[in-house]
Design a protein around this ligand. Sequence first.
Ligand code: COA
Ligand code: ZN
Length: 304
Amino acid sequence: MPDVLVYEVGPRDGLQNEPDTVSTESKLELVTRLATVGLRRIEIASFVSPQWIPQLADGEALLGLVPDLPDVTYSALVPNEKGYERFRSAGGAHVAVVFMSASETHNRKNLNCSVAEQLEHLRPVMERAENDGVPVRAVISTVCGCPYEGDVDLGAVVSLSRNLFQQGAHEVSLGDTIGVGRPEQVRELVRAVAGEVPLEKIALHLHDTYGRALVNVQAGYEAGVRTFDASLGGLGGCPYAPGAAGNVATEDVVDLFEGAGISTGVDLDRLVDTTGWLESDVLERRLPGRVYRAVRGRRHRSGG
Ligand code: COA
Ligand code: ZN
């Protein structure tokens, strides 16, 4: 096992923000390439309302096509019981990802209900997943700040983490959806949540809006976190958090750790090839990932 696990969210968190529809065929190629560069955990679909996120309306079709590879687990978002039914009947995904926000207003904009109501929506999902033997990952958004309310109460994040963990989540991912967190805040957050959820079951989901995602990854690592959500090329954003930038770039996370002798299991060169393909053949727009751009520039200068 690598020392650190990179949880790739590009095909979901990344693509959901793209204005032009990406074909199921391109998504399949993307997922297949990611799975073969050494990324073992990939979030590939979202069983939310297709009216809310049209880009990901083809989740069933995609799950029917992705290759079954040893050591690779696929996950898909499930907002409610209807989503869970779609997840189950599609087959092909191993992990159900439930999600909600730590702040009321973002939760309402994103899920059209209050935090307490969303916990009620998730209760039957968690019960059914447990009966079906399906592992559940819980993501809590806006843990470092809310685009509508500003500061978010640390106590609210801790109590949601406890609640979802006690209901059976095998992992809790703490999401800085709008990228406002600072290293000290991330350390404090991890320390506080670790009082309720074992450290090895805590992940961090950091966005790069203020350019702090990578220092926050480092802070999370120092606080004991070993799983980091990331998106190839720094793709992404949140459709219900205006102005939020993409996730921390997978290449940046891999380069940070590998450069420090901490293994990720990811082949950086082949990942850069994949991001290059996505950029030029699929999205036709420049992706921001720093290490990605640097490696491309170096190859270009050396004529490669
Ligand atoms: N998949 C597909 N359709 C769904 C669904 C799901 N998971 N959940 C509800 N629906 C359908 C209902 O069947 C209903 O359809 P109908 O009008 O044909 O009867 C319609 O959506 C409204 O259902 P309701 O339960 O009232 O949902 P809502 O309008 O309150 O929306 C969510 C709730 C969760 C479905 C919606 O807010 C959503 O999809 N949010 C996700 C946003 C997101 O993905 N953000 C980015 C990720 S962080
Ligand atoms: Zn995100």
